[in-house]
Write a protein that binds this ligand. Structure first.
Ligand SMILES: [Zn+2]
Length: 271
């Protein structure tokens, strides 16, 4: 089983930070890319532009392949009710939050109402846990120490931290070490400049994860359609080319588990 735990149907792409562009995909193109890379399922995320209603409609066209995630801004008064509505009326399985973009701390008491609603219906929460190349999206809203507080207060809430928490990767992995209810996804962690050194940086960070004992809670994600599944799988499975000594190799079976097995506790029950 292979799962891409971080996909969009429409997203901003920042390859040229001065001129971000919108990239969108159709259901046919999305399924063709999943098939080409041998993926069974993909998590499709909402945001303020790609609304939960749009994601719900999209995933309902192939419910055996797509898992829909909603979105709320916890600073809005009706956010907890919206979480419940997105599960019960839109059939969405999880929730995506964007503290950086929406301008709040993950440990803001107003966000706790959202976590309470989510944990009450066993809804996993995926944080956009990374910097954004926009001047007003402040890094103070991506600090893993805030997730440390949330994970500690909600030990039954399944938390997924996107992008390995870039640029605070080691601290993010340490939060996962502390809390068994925290996972990290591998999507697009090294900025938006597609230089080949990317593979080296991925190897380095996975080695830290291995050493901290959290490699089993790393799940595969691409940030599709910004990144396609097939080349990203090839990148992941070839990171050991940078292991100059056998002690620095990441076991192949542990890398393969990232592609699907590690995500099992984060999938809907019937799957
Ligand atoms: Zn994303």
């Amino acid at each position: 089983m292979r799962v891409d735990y971080h996909c969009h149907i429409s997203m901003m792409e920042y390859a040229d930070p001065e001129h971000p562009t919108v990239v969108s995909v159709s259901r046919e193109e999305f399924l063709a890319d999943l098939d080409a890379a041998g993926f069974d399922m993909a998590v499709v995320l909402s945001d303020s532009r790609t609304t939960p209603e749009m994601v719900s409609t999209f995933v309902s066209q192939a419910p055996d392949r797509f898992i829909g995630f909603g979105y709320v801004n916890p600073l809005r008064r009706d956010a907890p009710e919206s979480v419940l509505r997105q599960r019960h009326e839109l059939g969405l399985f999880g929730l995506k939050l964007y503290p950086t973009v929406d301008g709040y701390r993950a440990d803001d008491p107003r966000a706790f109402r959202v976590y309470e609603a989510a944990v009450g219906i066993d809804m996993p929460v995926l944080f956009h846990q990374a910097g954004m190349p926009e001047p007003h999206d402040l890094l103070r809203h991506t600090d893993p120490e805030q997730i440390d507080v949330v994970a500690s207060c909600f030990p039954r809430l399944r938390i997924v931290l996107a992008h390995l928490g870039y640029p605070r990767v080691e601290e993010t992995l340490y939060v996962a070490r502390k809390h068994r209810n925290v996972w990290c996804d591998l999507s697009w962690p090294y900025g938006d400049i597609n230089h080949p050194s990317y593979r080296y940086l991925l190897w380095r960070d996975l080695l830290v994860a291995l050493n901290l004992g959290v490699l089993g809670r790393i799940v595969f994600g691409t940030d599709y359609p910004g990144v396609r599944q097939k080349p990203y799988v090839e990148l992941l499975m070839s990171v050991n080319r940078y292991a100059a000594h056998p002690d620095l190799r990441i076991p192949e079976d542990r890398l393969a588990a990232i592609l699907g097995e590690n995500a099992r506790p984060l999938l809907p029950e019937k799957r």
